[in-house]
Design a protein around this ligand. Structure first.
Ligand code: FAD
Length: 287
């Protein structure tokens, strides 16, 4: 299997961005048929890789991440990244997770802290940077999260760049950004990251807005800026969910095209397991 680092190296050499998808494991107990349906819809669109979330936002079951990743790799011959969080983990639970990753033939891992649940101890790891060396030492290709406007808990943007650099220094080979709706935020972040010594590829996470509720959840969860053009579209299509979905996908495709034109090294589409989102994005990028 190819590592994501190799894919980024190839894309850099060819001066083209990597195109990738994020999916979440189907909700509830893993049903392999549903997982195959999701993967089977998206993998034929030809992304460079697909990443699979780990118990994110209450969606899916953390025990099914590696199963889904293995299905994508073996049944659809597509490079896969399994997400792994460390909040609340112990050294021995991470050792068990590493065993499980190996048992599923997974080579690429997105190392995350995970959200901190009030009242629950962090465990042996305070930050994502703390699990990266263990994964790298075990031979995994490791990526980490980046935040174009800083992480929601970190008020000082420059401090968030220091934390980002710590993840690179710990052995991360690539970054995937949190969603953003304003490309100017990414361009400012990319310049600042370069000045802060970030040299590994950064792929841009793009999620279409689909409803007012989803957008307000995202801006409060991630602190992403909301351009007035989106606010106007949300107001215009408030009572027309189908038109709003169409407008959200078109807006995201516009973001992707602009990022590609402006030299983004990677474009990572938060597909929410939806074929229409993934295929519209690929069509826009292959124009
Ligand atoms: P960290 O890099 O550890 O940062 C967490 C906070 O600590 C930040 O505020 C940071 O600035 C601060 N910090 C870092 N280092 C230091 C230091 N040395 N000293 C002081 N402060 C420090 N969550 C899931 O549960 N499952 C998923 O699958 C998932 N996938 C994601 C994919 C992407 C691309 C992104 C961007 C996020 C994802 N998340 C997922 C959410 C993520 O878990 C949360 O954003 C979490 O709050 C932070 O994770 P992190 O890995 O960025 O943490």
């Amino acid at each position: 299997m190819t590592t994501v680092k190799q894919l980024f190296d190839e894309s850099r050499a060819a001066s083209r961005p990597t195109l990738s998808f994020e999916i979440f494991p189907p909700k509830g107990d893993l049903d392999h048929r549903t997982a195959r349906e999701v993967a089977g819809g998206l993998a034929p669109l030809g992304p460079d890789f697909i990443s699979v979330t780990y118990s994110a936002g209450g969606c899916g079951n953390k025990h099914s991440t590696n199963d889904v990743a293995e299905i994508i790799q073996s049944d659809f011959d597509t490079v896969c990244v399994a997400h792994l969080t460390c909040a609340g983990a112990t050294a021995s639970s991470i050792a068990a997770s590493i065993e499980d990753l190996r048992a599923h033939n997974i080579e690429n891992v997105l190392a995350l802290r995970g959200d901190v649940v009030p009242g629950i101890e962090l465990g042996d790891y305070s930050f994502a940077k703390d699990i990266i060396p263990a994964l790298v030492d075990e031979g995994f290709c490791v990526g980490a999260a980046a935040y174009t406007e800083g992480h929601i808990d970190c008020i000082d943007f420059n401090e968030s760049l220091v934390h980002l650099k710590q993840k690179q220094d710990a052995g991360a080979s690539f970054f995937v950004t949190q969603l953003f709706f304003d490309n100017e935020c990414f361009y400012r972040f990319r310049d600042a990251a370069e000045k802060a010594g970030i040299t590994i590829p950064i792929t841009c996470g793009i999620m279409p807005f689909l409803s007012k509720a989803q957008v307000s959840r995202m801006i409060f969860m991630c602190g992403a800026s909301l351009p007035s053009s989106i606010i106007k579209l949300l107001a215009k299509y408030e009572d027309d969910p189908a038109s709003l979905r169409k407008a959200g996908i078109e807006y995201a495709c516009g973001q992707l095209e602009d990022l590609k034109e402006n030299g983004a090294e990677g474009l990572h589409i938060y597909t929410m397991n939806a074929y229409d989102i993934a295929s519209a994005a690929m069509d826009a990028l292959r124009k």
